[in-house]
Design a protein around this ligand. Structure first.
Ligand SMILES: Nc1ncnc2c1ncn2[C@@H]1O[C@H](COP(=O)(O)OP(=O)(O)OP(=O)(O)O)[C@@H](O)[C@H]1O
Ligand SMILES: C[C@H](N)[C@H](N)CCCCCC(=O)O
Ligand SMILES: [Mg+2]
Length: 233
């Protein structure tokens, strides 16, 4: 009965694939899982988007995700507040997002809430962010990071932004881990926990977004630290 917010060091780092993997891993342990994408941008109405990816990889229903909720969708691939303004559409409100996440957290063992882009991207009215949602819910935030050179700073900045608001970072997940990691990536396995003070709790292998559902759901639990996963649900 809890919410876990999912942010990234930026857009395109693998938040959605990591969210799908975590949903599959939680399902494998018998938990009921819901996934919420408050603000989808850059997709036409009713077509594609992050929840469609999660549904494709994990499935919806008795053996899959119990519920998926998208609160707003804007046409242009921009930050949600900008995309809403340019489209002349209603902006999301902090109350809407917090209310939806809280209800999903009540109704399911685990409610995963994926932001848009990085932590401080403005999701809607008055420039509220996923960090504000975490504060209101008292929920932790999982950070999905690029494994490559440059990520130490991005992760440290994000973790510092969370700490300054009294929000716990639940862990760092590497969004796309190559078969042959380079020197910086290999060093980051130790440097990321040391620099941020946050545990590395998962590594999503590169390419798994193309797996079929059976393989994705079978392999997903192995991409996370077992003890951390058990602590979630
Ligand atoms: N582990 C992976 N292996 C291969 N491709 C991946 C992996 N993770 C992500 N990708 C690909 O990288 C792209 C971005 O991934 P994803 O959509 O998960 O990013 P995101 O952080 O959720 O972006 P957004 O901010 O738009 O929500 C997608 O095309 C996705 O298929
Ligand atoms: C369009 C993209 N896929 C995301 N949905 C939105 C990313 C907003 C990033 C804003 C920024 O940090 O510059
Ligand atoms: Mg995404």
């Amino acid at each position: 009965m809890s919410a876990l917010l999912v942010t990234g060091t930026s857009t395109d780092v693998g938040k959605t694939i990591a969210t799908a993997a975590l949903a599959a891993a939680a399902r494998a342990s018998g938990a009921s899982v819901a996934v919420c994408k408050p603000a989808q941008t850059g997709e036409a109405p009713g077509v594609g988007g992050d929840l469609a990816v999660v549904q494709r990889l994990v499935g919806v229903g008795p053996s899959g995700i119990a519920a998926t909720v998208e609160l707003a969708r804007y046409p242009e691939p921009l930050a949600p507040d900008t995309a809403a303004r340019r489209a002349g559409m209603a902006e999301l409100t902090r109350t809407q997002v917090v209310g939806a996440a809280r209800q999903l957290g009540r109704d399911h063992d685990l409610a995963l809430v994926e932001g848009a882009g990085g932590l401080l991207v403005r999701l809607g009215a008055d420039g509220f962010t996923l960090r504000d949602v975490a504060v209101d819910l008292g929920a932790p935030v999982l950070l999905v990071a690029d494994p490559a050179l440059g990520t130490l700073n991005h992760c440290a900045l994000t973790v510092e932004a969370l700490r300054s608001a009294g929000v716990r970072c639940a862990g760092i997940v590497l969004g796309s881990w190559p078969d042959e990691p380079d020197l910086a990536m290999r060093c980051n396995l130790d440097d990321l926990p040391s620099v941020t003070g946050v545990d590395l709790v998962g590594r999503i292998p590169a390419g798994v977004g193309s797996l079929d559902r059976a393989r994705f759901t079978a392999q997903a639990p192995g991409w996370f630290d077992r003890a951390w996963l058990a602590s979630l649900v």
